[in-house]
Structures are given as C-alpha cells and as structure tokens.
Design a protein around this ligand. Sequence first.
Ligand code: NAD
Length: 316
Amino acid sequence: MELRELGRTGLKLSCIGFGASPLGNVFGTVSEEQANASVRLAFQSGVNFFDTSPYYGGTLSEKVLGKALKALEAPRSSYVVATKCGRYVDGFDFSAERVTRSVEESLERLQLDYVDILQCHDIEFGSLDQIVNETIPALVKLKEAGKTRFIGITGLPLGIFSYVLDRVPPGTLDVVLSYCHYSVNDSSLGDLIPYLKAKGVGIINASPLSMGLLTHAGPPPWHPASPQLKSACEAAAAHCKEKGKNISKLALQYSLLNKEISSVLVGMKSVEQVEENVAAARELANSGIDEEALSEVEAILKPVKNQSWPSGIQQS
Ligand code: NAD
C-alpha cells in the first residue's frame, strides 16, 4: 500500500485510511468479530491509519477500534490513530474544559497512552472564534502534554478551514480533514489544496463514496443529500452495474488519484469491503483508472456536480 507524507508531521499514512465510523454501527450493525477481522486484514494489507470519534455510535466506535487494535499486538508506532473532540451524541461542546476531558476519555476507550491526531470535530457547528481562541489553544496544551502528537480540524463547509487557518499562528494546526468534497460527484476540495499546502497542513479526504451515495447498496436513511443528488448517484450506480462495473471501486480510485491528499478515509465494516478497497488501490497503482467508466459516470453526475448540503450553524 502506497504511503504518503502528511503535511509537515513526518507521518507517512497509507493512501487508504480505515474510517471507523461503521464500527459504531452507523451504517448498520457490525459484530465485534467482524470489526476485529476487518481491522486486522486492513493492517495486514498495509493500512496504517485509523480514524474514529467519540461521536460515532456514541463512543462505540472508539471502544471497538481500541479492542481491535490491541488484538493486533503490533508495535504502537506501526499505526496512526486519529480521534476527535467537541462533537458527542448529546451535542457539541468545544470548550477547553470539555475537550481536555474528552481526550482522556477517548484514550481510555481506545486503550492508548496517546493518539497521533486529535481533531476538533465538525467545527461549523460551533463558534469558529471559540475554536480559534479557546479550543485550539487547549489542543496545543494537550499536544505539549503528550496526549496527542498532532492536532487538526474537521468539517463540511470548506470556508471553515481558511477562516481558522487565517487566524491561528502559522504552524499551529497540523491537519485538516475534509469530507464529501473529493469524490466523483464533488471535487470542490481540489480548489483549496494550494492554499492548504501553503499553510503547511496535511490534507485528509474522507468519504470517497460520499457516505454511501456511490455504492450499489445506496446511502443510509439519514443521508443529508437532496433527492436530486441521491437519484443522480443512484443512476450512476445503476449504469455501472449494467456495464458490469463497480461504482465504489471507481469512486475510491478517483479520490486516490490526487496525491496531494495524504490519505483517503473510507468507512469499512467487513472483511469483504477491506479486500475490495485494498484491491482497488493495488489495481489503480498497477493499471490506472477505467477512464471510460469514469467519464460516463462523470457525465451522469454533471447536473449535480459539487452539489452539497447545509451543515452547521454558519455557512462560510
Ligand atoms: P464513505 O464514503 O467512506 O462510505 C462508507 C460506506 O460505504 C459504508 O456504508 C461502507 O460500509 C460502504 N463501503 C465501504 N467500502 C465499500 C465497498 N468496497 N463497496 C461497497 N460499499 C462500501 O463514508 P464514511 O464512512 O462516512 O467516511 C469514511 C470515514 O471518514 C469515516 O468512517 C470517518 O472515520 C471519517 N469521516 C469523518 C468526518 C468528520 O470528521 N466530520 C466526516 C465523514 C467521515
């Protein structure tokens, strides 16, 4: 599995990262055996990056991931663990007091002494000025205390990243995690990449399958996309199926093509999905993407290209 540098952190992340939100049962129930086997196979296949949050499944994802990683009996330095703070099943709290307590709780659930990356989760739901003036300074202290090696921010509207990065001292933030903005149906993150690189932050792209839109099974019931976007993605999936192609493979490969993105986080809940996604990365490296299928899918998705949905209390 290809490794890519994460900004200036010195970390080398596998180009596919293991998104652990499915381990919190957010895309249907996953047994502990399935979770353990999926994490093990991913690790054995060269995936070294695992992302979770206390929000996923109300802390379940962190607990299940922690157990699965421990069961690997691998050196701690052989994998990179990212978790988040500020978003919980009972709401948002980006106060310094809450995020400081949060990381301790996460470490206990993950059975770790430190995480590699701690990120403020979905900051568009909080006050961005609080994030700049209170939350990030608290994360800097947690970094100094050795609870996390690097810090970052996550969210959906792309404007939140420049708002924060323009207001914190250079070099304060190590990582940004963007989601649903570098997939076949929405590649708007691409325009922000030169700016993010100039700021020296590592770039993680999550949800290459647009949280299930670009799958043959379709999105979960809670998916926030408009009916128009859902039906365009359904049409693209149907087109691929008719041609004997797999839309998820194509979508993941599309996201992997951009090497400025250090890792593409895909949510995986079964050994089969790990196998398929690892094989998609290998195939891309060996023989490139199926250009014909990609241009057909892009044509179907053109009317909804870069269409997103509202998220948070401010739209930047
Ligand atoms: P995704 O686009 O990765 O889609 C996940 C869905 O696709 C799940 O239902 C999964 O079971 C399915 N899937 C995976 N591989 C498949 C395959 N080969 N064939 C068919 N279906 C397949 O969306 P996601 O899980 O939301 O995002 C990935 C990860 O990124 C998350 O688990 C999380 O770790 C992270 N993330 C973070 C944020 C944030 O910080 N705000 C937001 C979204 C995602």
